[in-house]
Structure formats: structure tokens, C-alpha cells
Design a protein. Structure first.
Lengths: 363, 648
């Protein structure tokens, strides 16, 4: 199952784009933490990235078909690990998301379970032989995805749980579904929103309310949104320069090296820097879509598109939050935010895309 | 579970054991393109977000970032000290901590706990915060001054960003007034500028939250005493921790002012009045300097220095003794017999009587069909005897002869019926009745009988202690009435009111007043000080009509005493009012103690100075000008029971 593909076939555009994004992330982590207790984060992030590249390389060299055969094993072990998190996980910042490994590494299982979900959706949809999705299949698929989502939401980590939805959505969208189902889903969603809102935790409700009207409670949950907007706005066209952003340096900006890293980046690098990074992300996404388009089979296509949809969702929610257009959800910006789990799962997903790419001429 | 495929090439290489995965993905090409467009849409959505914040209106956010970053804390300027004439501190300051609320992080729901923690009234606090609604957000609110150690502990424990980030501490100065209410009325007190004061044009220069003088000297010389607050601008982080100081505008302290008050004399005056209702004013008639000004009952201005509690305020304002009234300048009472020297002067100056004119006193006299009683039977009474024994019948006749117009004219010249012009707010003007006055105020004709009452200082005539001291002092000066003032070399260098009196007439009145204190039968012999020429005049003034007094036994006469020394070129004139003490002679010892204190001190200073010159010219004057205070003899102890014949 381990095939070394040609170096030439590797998606170098994607690789370099992601390297630049990672590099800017490291720079921003340095700037945001250089005189704080997290000041060693930037080189730790470099280590994570180096390990991530290795993981990507390994993933690229594994035939994704082989992974597909193991998908139920992957899925079941993911579920078991998520349950384990709830039982023996490490609690921090009010939620239990991490499993402590030796050497001080804390793995966020929900980040890795994404990969199993992407593969599971790909396999499930590939095995269908109908042109459109039947209701029975739809419910089956939704069921197997809602289970890990429910476990993650229980941590509680609603933001990460929600990142599983775009994988499901893109799969259904590509597989094809009668328009009346879409209508039905829309109607159910409309009904579920108020009920769901009522069942949210207090802080989650507050986040949504303050997203809709942040100035209503400027010291409470609206604080992060307001401070983030101030940071972005203060950056102006050219930015304040590395280590010169007052919102970042004086820590008015919450967690400026993880969830709000793009806000810190926008303050110190301005609109120009923001445009550069957004273009890089766009190029990255288009590369992934292109790999989907040239995939040798449906499975490869589903994998690539699953990765693409998931990354797009991450970017939309995280960057949207930074400019106050999305509620505060606490999900990281792929490749930029500090954190091993996020970096590794992203590189693993990029590795999967490459695994598809290098096998596009097989047949 | 396999379906027949429409795409035959998929069937070509079925591999057993492996899931059938090979399939052409091109069926979804359109949908993948659609995803690309969705991605474009998402990125445009995000870019417009940045466009709006960073390109369209970065100034707003820049300004807000600056306001986050830069904190301006007021540096409260200390008020100037108030010194006595020897440079001793009467009112000083001491440093304290004040709590301010930064309104940028203020959360309404915290107020309850903050009020609890600092023992403030919650409703007061809410009202206070509400008053700042229309002020710029960066202006902080001082909510409590003079923090106690337990307040400080509360603040330090709760000012972190998670609990009450709005709390900030600043160092400030708190006014320190003398204990026991000494000089409280003249000094007044300070307080935070009120909402209604802010609406007054003269107060437009002040800002909300500033501490200003509310009464007395504190109010009169507020602009001198008040400094200009400074400001400390610094860069702070999200925890309010200072990272860098951008600039400090130092506070400009208020200027000190020196009063004409002699603290030693003041203390004696306060002690002699202790436990009584009344006032003592001591003035140097040669220049108008007020040497002592006491009013009792008094209050503790330190209670106002921070923020007077509602309970204390109610207690002060509902006290029947009216402790907030400065009786020295605000108590308007009939002067009684202390008015007689002025009536005598009016008679002499107008030529109605001379020093040899005699009238008969048979225990009273009849005018216009009414019998007016005298307090005794004095037989044949001349001017001198009339003053010394305070014969009412004599002065009924003088008044009757001179007429109300003359009396009113001379009283007005001596400064009665008008504010003395002392540099204190809210002085009362008293009343000098006259036919014009009555017509103007009551639209009534003057009755001749009223003149008889006014001639002995009764009727509608009222004066304040400071007016009486000034009037008698100016008379003794031969017709020079200086404006009394408290600021030692202040702006009050107005020219005195001078009016050439016949020295002969002045001498006759002065001789009479000398007799009051120094001759046998004088009503004010209790004011006598061996070795000192003291002139004086008693006054027992009715505070209600005779009819009213008959049915209300508790209504007692006010005891007045006015004196000066030496008799010629006097240095000090003292007026004493003791409310409801019944007999003017009872006030004489009070005046005597104050007078004695002044001349004792003068003598001690002179002795110390000569000793210094003899022994060691280098010795400083400090020991000489800071004499230890002797406990003055209590006037009440000396007074004893009034003599059987009674005095007026």
C-alpha cells in the first residue's frame, strides 16, 4: 500500500503556498507572543510545521484506496477516542478537548477525526450507484456524522463540531440530491434554529447575541468581537508593523496567536497583508479543487472536495469572526493559528489531496 | 449490492477483495465549478469586511485603539493651605486614595457589588453615574474619596479584568480642618460641585466632579485656593497595567492664603463660648483685620471634606441650635443697650443734647401717653451716668429729642443696616428702621413711640455681631470705619469709611464706656482687666415683644457685650453675643477673656523678644510666636449669680 510517487507529481504550488502561509503564521505568532509567557511558541510552531510536512509526505504516499478500505476502522477508533476525551481528557479554558500524550503534547482528537469523516463520506458516496441520493442513504450518512459531532459538541466545542457539516454538505451536493430534500432540510433547519438556540449553553447563546449586537455588552462576550474589529481597523492600509500593533501587543486582543491570529496579523500588516494572505488561501483552495477535478475517480474527488469544503469553512468562520461578520466560535485558522493538532490535521488533509493527485494517471 | 453500470470501462478491472472505487468523477464537474464560485463569494465577503474596517474608516478604529491604549488619570491638585496671621496652618491637606470608575469599562450590573464593597449608597452611586451620561467617555468618575484600608483591600482584590475592571485608584488630597469646629464657620468647607451649581454662569469654569469651596473662606477665595489638576497619560495593557508613561502634566497646587485670624485668640474665643449659643468677633479697628471670629454651636467641617453622609447632614440642618449658621455675620438680633453709645453720639452730634443735659429717671418716663419703664431708678441722669448705668429713661429722652431720622442717620454712618463687607459669603445686613424704611417695607406710617424703643436698641433694629464690633470700633477711632476682612493682605484694601466726628463728642461717649467697665455701678465691671484701659457696653436685648415674653417664660433676653481696648487708639474691638443668656453683663467675662488673651500674648512676645536680644540674638522667633496656650478661665464660672439689682 505504500507507493512512492514521483516527486514531480507532487503539488508544489500547493506546498509553497502553504509554506508561505505557515511562515507568515510563525512571524505573527512571534510578534504576538514575544514578550509574554508564550514567547517560545513560534519555534514550537516551526517544529509542528516540520512534523506536519513529514505527515503530509507520508499521507501523500499512502494510496488513498487503501485508506478507504480501512475507513470503518478509522471511524470507530475516532469515535472511541472522542469518548475517551470526554472520560479522561484534559480540561482547559472550560472545555475538555485534549488527550494528554507523553512529552507534553496535547492532541485535539476532534481535529483528527475530521480526516476519518472525510474518508467515510468519500467511501459512502462512492459506493452509491444511484444518480441521486436516496432518503435512506442520506439519513444513514447524516447519522454517522452526527454521532462524532454530538460527542464534540459535548466537550463542549460547538465550533469544531460544526466544521464537520461542510464535509457532509459538499458530499451530498456532489452526489446529487433531489431539490425537494434541500427544501426539506431548509425547513427543518428553520425549525431547529430556535429550538437549538434554546438548548445552547449560556456562553454560546451570549456569543450569538453579542455577535448580532456586540456593543450591547462591550465588556462581556462582545468584548472579543469589538477588540478584534478595533485591531483590524487600526491596521489600516499598511498595518502598524511587526510587534507594533497596540491591540496585539497590549493584549486587548484575546488569544492573538491562536483563534484571533488573523486579527493580529491584520493590525500589524494592514489591508495589503490581508489581501496577500487571502489570495494565498484562495490559490490553495483552487489547487485543491483542481486536484478534485483531475482526480482519477469519485473517491479521490470526494476526498479533495471534502478537504476543500472543510478548509473553506474554517477560513469563512475564523476570518469572518475577525472582521465581526461571524460569531466567536473558537476554531483555528488552518496553517496560521498556533497549535500542533490543527497544523498536523491540515497537513494530513493536504497529504490526502496529494495522494489523490499523484495517482491521477493510474489506470 | 451492485448496480449495472452505464460506464463499461469501470467494469474492466474488477479486483476481488477490493471495493469498486474506480469511477469517473467528471459527472460532478459543474458542481465543482459551482464550489469555486462559492469560494470566490466567500472570499469577496471577507475582503469587503476588511475593506470596510481598514480602508473605509480606519480612523474610527485607530482612535478606539488609542483610547484602549492610553489612559489619562487625573492628578488632583492640592488646595492651598489656610494659615493664621502668624503663618500657622489652620487648614491643611493630607494624601489619601480615591476610587474612580473608568466609564469605558463600566458595567452597570457591577455597581451593586461595588457599592456594597465600598459601603456606598447604591442609589446615590447610580445617580452619580447617570449624571455623567452626557460627558465624554474617557472622563472618569470619582466615586469615593478617603479610602479606608478595608476599602483599599476591596479595590485591590477586585480590580482585575475578570471582576471589576472599571475600578481605578488615584492619589488625592483631602482637606484637614481643625478639630472641635474651631473657626469652622469662617473657613467653611469644600464639596463636590453640585448639579445645580454647574448651571450657574459663575461656575461655568468648573467641571463635573471638581471639589470647590462651598461656604466661608473656602468659597470666597476658592479661585486662589483651588489648584489646576494635572494629568498622567500612560500606555496600559488590557489589565490596566502601566507599560509606559507618555507624559505627565503636573498638577498646579492651589496657593496658600494667610488670614488675619490669630489662632491663639481664636481658640480662646471658641473655648469661652463652648456650650453656649452665640458669637465672638474680635477686630482691629485700625485696619479692619478680624483677629477672631467664633460662632457656637459649631460643626465638624471634616465631615464635609469627603462627602457628608445624609444622616449627618440631616442632623446638622435639623439641630435647633442651628450649628451651620455663622452667628458672627448671620445672627441678626436687636442690639439692646449696646446701641446706646450710637444714640448718644447721634444726640451729641445733632446738637439735641450735650454732655451736661440731664434727664430724670423715676423708674421710667412717659411719652405720647405711654409709660416706658427703665430697668432701675437712676434719679438725675447725665450722659456719662446714662451710659455707665445704661439708664433707659435717659436714652428715651435722647431718642425723643434727636428723633428717629438722626438716630437712623448716625447708625447708618456707623455701618449698621448694611453688610459690613467682610470677605465671607452670605453676610446678613441687619436693619436700621426709619420712617422711610417702614413706608417702603410695610407701607405704614412711623409711630413716634417706635423711636423710643429704637433709642434703647429695641424695636425693629437688628444688628449682627460683626456690624456691632465695626460700628463701636469706628466710633472709638473717632469716625473711621474699616471694612472687616479675613485675608491678611488681600484685595480688600478698600478705603475706610471716614466721617469727621467732633472729638469732644467722641471723648464723652468713650468716657462713658470706660465707666461702664471701670466705675462703680458700671454694668460691665466684670470685663475689667487690671492694668488695661478697657471700654465697653452691655446689652440685654429682648428677642420678643413684652406681651409674648409674658406668656412664654422660656424666652430669654440675648446677652450682648461690646468692648475695646485701649480706650484711645484701640487695637482690638470685641463684640460678644450670647443668645438667651438674659443679662448683658454675663457676656462681659467672655469679652474680657478674649481681650486678656490678646494683650497677654502681646506682652509675652515683647518679653521674649527683649530676652532674645539680651541673651542670644541668633535664637529664632519660633519659640516666641508659638506660645503654649493657657486654658482661659471659664466665663460661666466667673459669672456667678446675677446681682440683685440686675444690670443692663
Amino acid at each position: 500500500m505504500f507507493q512512492f510517487a514521483s516527486i514531480k507529481d507532487f503539488d508544489w504550488t500547493m506546498f509553497f503556498v502553504s509554506m508561505i502561509i505557515c511562515g507568515l503564521g510563525v512571524l505573527q505568532i512571534f510578534s504576538a507572543t514575544h514578550d509574554t509567557v508564550w514567547q517560545g511558541s513560534w519555534w514550537k510552531q516551526m517544529v509542528y510545521i516540520a512534523a506536519g510536512i513529514l505527515l503530509m509526505w507520508i499521507a501523500a504516499n499512502i494510496d488513498y484506496h487503501a485508506l478507504m478500505t480501512q475507513v470503518y476502522l478509522l471511524y470507530i477508533s475516532s469515535i472511541l477516542l472522542l469518548v475517551a476525551v470526554l472520560v479522561i481528557g484534559k480540561r482547559a479554558f472550560g472545555s475538555t478537548r485534549w488527550i494528554a500524550l507523553p512529552a507534553g503534547i496535547h492532541l485535539q482528537v476532534s481535529e483528527f477525526a475530521k480526516i476519518a469523516i472525510i474518508l467515510l463520506v468519500a467511501r459512502f458516496l462512492t459506493e452509491l450507484r444511484t444518480d441521486v441520493l436516496e432518503l435512506r442513504d442520506l439519513l444513514k450518512l447524516a447519522g454517522v456524522i452526527l454521532l462524532p459531532m454530538a460527542l464534540i459538541a459535548k466537550e463542549p466545542d460547538l465550533g469544531t463540531a460544526l466544521t464537520y457539516l461542510p464535509v457532509l454538505a459538499i458530499g451530498i451536493f456532489l452526489a446529487g440530491m433531489p431539490w425537494k430534500y434541500w427544501l426539506a432540510i431548509g425547513a427543518v433547519a428553520l425549525l431547529v434554529v430556535p429550538v437549538g438556540f434554546a438548548s445552547l449553553q449560556g456562553y454560546q447563546k451570549a456569543r450569538i447575541v453579542s455577535f448580532l449586537d456586540p456593543e450591547r455588552d462591550p465588556q462581556g462576550t462582545g468584548y472579543q468581537l469589538i477588540q478584534s474589529k478595533i485591531a483590524v481597523g487600526a491596521g489600516g492600509t499598511w498595518g502598524k508593523g511587526v510587534t507594533k500593533g497596540s491591540q496585539t501587543q497590549l493584549r486587548f486582543l484575546p488569544v492573538p496567536h491562536t483563534d484571533f491570529i488573523f486579527s493580529a496579523f491584520a493590525e500589524e500588516h494592514g489591508f495589503i497583508g490581508v489581501m496577500l494572505v487571502l489570495i494565498l488561501y484562495f490559490v490553495l483552495l483552487m489547487q485543491i479543487v483542481q486536484n478534485a477535478q483531475t482526480a482519477p475517480d469519485r473517491a479521490g474527488m470526494y476526498i479533495c472536495m471534502g478537504v476543500g469544503a472543510l478548509l473553506l469553512f474554517h477560513i469563512l468562520v475564523n476570518v469572518g469572526m475577525v472582521v465581526g461578520r461571524m460569531p466567536v466560535t473558537g476554531i483555528p485558522l488552518p496553517l496560521m493559528s498556533y497549535g500542533g493538532s490543527s497544523i498536523w490535521s491540515t497537513f494530513l488533509m493536504l497529504g490526502l489531496v496529494n495522494s489523490v493527485r499523484v495517482r491521477r494517471f493510474v489506470n | 449490492m451492485r448496480f449495472p453500470s452505464l460506464e463499461p470501462h469501470l467494469e474492466q478491472q474488477p479486483q476481488p477483495g477490493k471495493i469498486q472505487l474506480r469511477d469517473d468523477p467528471s459527472f460532478a464537474a459543474t458542481k465543482m465549478a459551482a464550489f469555486q464560485y462559492i469560494a470566490v463569494g466567500v472570499f469577496l465577503f471577507l475582503v469587503t469586511g476588511f475593506w470596510e474596517l481598514q480602508i473605509k474608516s480606519p480612523e474610527i478604529y485607530n482612535e478606539r485603539a488609542e483610547r484602549n491604549r492610553i489612559k489619562a488619570l487625573p492628578i488632583v491638585a492640592p488646595r492651598g493651605k489656610i494659615l493664621d496671621r502668624d503663618g500657622r496652618v489652620i487648614v491643611g491637606n493630607h494624601s489619601t486614595w480615591s476610587l474612580i470608575l473608568s466609564r469605558e469599562n463600566l458595567r452597570q450590573e457591577h455597581l451593586h457589588e461595588i457599592a456594597d464593597g465600598l459601603h456606598l449608597d447604591y442609589d446615590d452611586l447610580v445617580r452619580k453615574v447617570g449624571r455623567y451620561r452626557n460627558r465624554p467617555k474617557y472622563e472618569p468618575i470619582i466615586i469615593k474619596e478617603e479610602l479606608t484600608p478595608s476599602d483599599l483591600a476591596f479595590v485591590e482584590a477586585h480590580r482585575d479584568p475578570e471582576t471589576f475592571p472599571e475600578m481605578e485608584l488615584i492619589e488625592s488630597q483631602r482637606r484637614l480642618y481643625p478639630d472641635n469646629g474651631i473657626l469652622a464657620h469662617a473657613i467653611g468647607y469644600t464639596g463636590e460641585i453640585s448639579e445645580s451649581e454647574l448651571d450657574i454662569p459663575e461656575y461655568a469654569k468648573y467641571n463635573q466632579g471638581q471639589i470647590i469651596g462651598k461656604t466661608g473662606i473656602e468659597k470666597e477665595y476658592n479661585d486662589t485656593l483651588m489648584g489646576i489638576d494635572g494629568e498622567r497619560q500612560s500606555v496600559v495593557d488590557n489589565r490596566g497595567k502601566e507599560r509606559e508613561v507618555l507624559g505627565i502634566k503636573e498638577a498646579k497646587p492651589g496657593r496658600n492664603i494667610q488670614l488675619t485670624i490669630d489662632l491663639d485668640l481664636q481658640v480662646v474665643a471658641e473655648l469661652t463660648l463652648e456650650g453656649r449659643r452665640g458669637a465672638v468677633v474680635a477686630i482691629n479697628p485700625q485696619n479692619g483685620e478680624i483677629l477672631a471670629m467664633a460662632s457656637r454651636p459649631s460643626f465638624d467641617p471634616n465631615k464635609f471634606a469627603v462627602r457628608i453622609k445624609g444622616k449627618d447632614w440631616t442632623e446638622l440642618t435639623s439641630d435647633p441650635g442651628k450649628p451651620l449658621v455663622n452667628r458672627a455675620i448671620q445672627a441678626q438680633w436687636a442690639p439692646g443697650s449696646t446701641f446706646k453709645p450710637l444714640v448718644a453720639l447721634a444726640g451729641l452730634e445733632s446738637g439735641s443734647v450735650d454732655q451736661d443735659t440731664n434727664f430724670q429717671c423715676g423708674g421710667g418716663a412717659t411719652f405720647f401717653g405711654h409709660y416706658y419703664k427703665c430697668w432701675g431708678t437712676h434719679g438725675t441722669v447725665s450722659l456719662h451716668k446714662g451710659i455707665v448705668q445704661s439708664c433707659d429713661a435717659y436714652f428715651y429722652n435722647v431718642g425723643n429729642k434727636a428723633g428717629i431720622d438722626n438716630i437712623a442717620y448716625y447708625a447708618t454712618q456707623a455701618g449698621l443696616g448694611q453688610k459690613s463687607g467682610v470677605d465671607l459669603p452670605d453676610e446678613a445686613s441687619g436693619t436700621v428702621p426709619s420712617p422711610e424704611w417702614k413706608l417702603r417695607n410695610f407701607r405704614q406710617k412711623w409711630f413716634a413711640g417706635e423711636t423710643i424703643s429704637v433709642a434703647i436698641g429695641q424695636g425693629a433694629l437688628t444688628v449682627t455681631p460683626i456690624q456691632l464690633a465695626r460700628a463701636i470700633g469706628g466710633l472709638a477711632m473717632g469716625g473711621v470705619w474699616h471694612t472687616p476682612h479675613l485675608l491678611i493682605s488681600g484685595t480688600k484694601t478698600e478705603k475706610p469709611h471716614e466721617w469727621a466726628l467732633n472729638p469732644e463728642n467722641v471723648r464723652n461717649v468713650v468716657d462713658g464706656m470706660y465707666g461702664v467697665v471701670n466705675e462703680a455701678g458700671g454694668t460691665g465691671v466684670r470685663a475689667k482687666i487690671p492694668g488695661l484701659d478697657v471700654c465697653g457696653k452691655t446689652g440685654s436685648a429682648q428677642t420678643a415683644s413684652n406681651e409674648y415674653a409674658k406668656t412664654h417664660k422660656d424666652v430669654k433676653d440675648n446677652a450682648w457685650f461690646v468692648e475695646y481696648a485701649p480706650c484711645h487708639n484701640p487695637e482690638v474691638v470685641i463684640a460678644v453675643l450670647w443668645e438667651s443668656a438674659e443679662h448683658g453683663m454675663l457676656s462681659a467675662p467672655i469679652a474680657r477673656d478674649v481681650m486678656a488673651a490678646w494683650f497677654d500674648k502681646k506682652q509675652r512676645l515683647a518679653e521674649a523678644e527683649s530676652a532674645r536680644q539680651k541673651l542670644n540674638p541668633a535664637t529664632s522667633l519660633v519659640s516666641a510666636i508659638l506660645p503654649t496656650l493657657k486654658e482661659p478661665s471659664q466665663a460661666a464660672g466667673n459669672a456667678g449669680p446675677p446681682p440683685a439689682e440686675g444690670t443692663h
